[in-house]
Ligand binder design. Structure first.
Ligand code: TYM
Length: 343
């Protein structure tokens, strides 16, 4: 079976962008593929973080994966830092990745600008190499993510190709290896709708964990009252009715898309259903649809959190399975690069 790997930074809680951009695809994929889903805690420390919050947020994220329908009987759910091959492989790949490639990363440019070059940690620059290690360590075929990760997945492909061409040849055979490809070159997968969920307070900005205004996003654990308030206050425009295909009306497009996603209807049929409503009539319907979608997730989440021992067990089994796969790839790469095998 083909392999899938994806991950989410646990800090700050998960929101609708994470859900529609990534997690919804994961749920469908786990029926057909060998899936590995992690909470990327090593990525979450590239900006200043609170250790107590990190630990709690990582467990919360794991419980949310399960509450959203990731089934530990079908998929491997694990904490990135539990599998040491990620960090080890990242170092090997880092030595082979030009700084120029990393300097071109949009997220690096945006985030480092905010912190300032004297203060920003080196890990923020090398962050996408760790992400490449996450992916390549599982010989991943498909990486289901939102649109903002496109450049990072392309980088992972470039790193895989470079490693294969530099070290995948004859010398590796002489070293006792198989020769040929070290890493599979992964493909990106983005959902047809929801690959870029926008902020509720600014239709041209992405919904994000790091945005200051909590009203800009709907968190998967927001209470029904919060969801209603956030949607009531969401930015609108002076236009008539809702449209999903008018680039001049990003707010209308975003809220109609969210309605379609929450109800499970296509964009076209959502447009037919509510497209002629005024904002004041549409918003309560959107809020109701959102609350109805989140309610069962939150209910399952509470059940999962009530049994912490089970969650710990899931993560422990997940780490063991992930470790078995990832350490094999790490070993291949070490062998191909000429390290003395440890016997
Ligand atoms: P992160 O934690 O920022 O986001 C996790 C996933 O959610 C998607 N996403 C969105 N999709 C649509 N609309 C939005 N507004 C939105 N915001 C976030 C992201 O595209 C992503 O799929 N570097 C990654 C995590 C990572 C990873 C990996 C992903 C680390 N290693 C290996 C895949 C494979 C990140 O920070 O995602």
């Amino acid at each position: 079976r083909k392999r899938v790997l994806s991950g989410i930074q646990p800090t700050g809680g998960l929101h609708l962008g994470n859900y529609f951009g990534a997690m919804r695809s994961w749920i469908n994929l786990q029926e057909l593929y060998d899936c590995y889903f992690c909470m990327v805690d090593l990525h979450a420390i590239t900006l200043p973080h609170d250790p107590i919050a990190l630990q709690e947020d990582t467990r919360k994220a794991a419980a949310l994966y399960m509450a959203c329908g990731i089934d530990p009987a079908k998929s491997v759910i694990f904490v990135q830092s539990h599998v040491s091959a990620h960090a080890e492989l990242a170092w090997l790949l880092m030595t082979q990745t030009p700084v120029g490639w990393l300097n071109r990363m949009i997220q690096w440019k945006e985030k480092s600008r905010k912190v300032g070059s004297e203060e920003v940690g080196a890990g923020l620059l090398t962050y996408p190499v760790l992400q490449a290690a996450d992916i390549l360590a599982y010989q991943t075929d498909v990486v289901p993510v939102g649109e903002d990760q496109k450049q990072h997945i392309e980088l992972a492909r470039d790193i895989a190709e470079r490693m294969n061409s530099r070290y995948g040849g004859k010398p590796w055979k002489k070293l006792g290896g198989r020769g040929g490809r070290i890493f599979k070159v992964p493909d990106i997968m983005m959902p047809p709708a929801g690959a870029r969920v926008m902020s509720l307070t600014e239709g041209s900005a992405k919904m994000s964990k790091s945005a200051e205004l909590d009203a800009s996003r709907i968190n998967l654990l927001d209470s029904p009252k919060d969801v209603q308030n956030k949607i009531k206050r969401a930015k609108t425009d002076a236009g008539e009715g809702l449209e999903y295909d008018n680039p001049e009306r990003p707010e209308a497009r975003n809220l109609l898309t969210l309605y379609a996603l929450a109800t499970g209807h296509s964009l076209e049929s959502a447009q037919r259903e509510v497209g002629s409503l005024r904002w004041g009539d549409f918003k309560p319907r959107l809020a109701d649809a959102m609350v109805a979608m989140l309610e069962p997730i939150q209910q399952r989440y509470n059940e999962i959190r009530a049994d912490d021992a089970h969650l710990t067990q899931v993560l422990s089994e997940g780490a063991a399975k992930a470790d078995a796969t990832a350490s094999r790839s790490l070993e291949r790469c070490q062998q191909a690069m000429g390290f003395v095998p440890r016997v």
